[in-house]
Write a protein that binds this ligand. Sequence first.
Ligand code: HEM
Length: 162
Amino acid sequence: MAGLLSTPSNVLASAGVAYVHYLSFMVCFGALVLERRLIRSNPERKDAILMVITDVTYGVAALAVLLTGILRVLYFGQGSSFYTENPLFWWKVGTYLSVGALSLYPTITYILWAIPLRKGELPQVSEALAARLRWVLNIELAGFASIPLMAALMARGVGLPG
Ligand code: HEM
């Protein structure tokens, strides 16, 4: 693998995959911050539409983080066992999956908004629902913020047994 990676095209592919991994992480984080700012009870039409668009952007970027992460484990990293033998890697993957599972709640909520929005009506969002979504987004943001720390430690072999 080290030999393969030393060819110029593989170095570029590896850098490209790493770049998309970081860029999509930033897009995810930015989308969550924007959603957190936008959420309020009985939003205006333009804000409700922006929330739906932001959530779709978040979903696509989260998928890109996952795909580039898998590519790095399999082809462009330090060998897959370097990661799979490290509990920190599994904490990182677990945190990512937990955040993803948690984001189903806001996502399903916004998908349901599309029904009134398409009819030209506004979605009914109570203060209690807005407060709940704010909390979910807080937890997601905290989860996402902790992942780069696990990644930085993992990339340097911290947590490897022996
Ligand atoms: C299941 C999903 C993920 C997988 C499989 C994955 C996998 C990887 C791999 C293999 C590396 C390369 C480490 C090295 O250079 O040896 C890496 C680096 C990194 N990942 Fe991920 N990743 C995932 C999700 C995420 C997420 C969600 C974030 C951000 C929130 C993230 C942030 C980073 C960062 C900042 C690095 C660079 C670490 C460094 O070189 O110091 N990753 N990831």
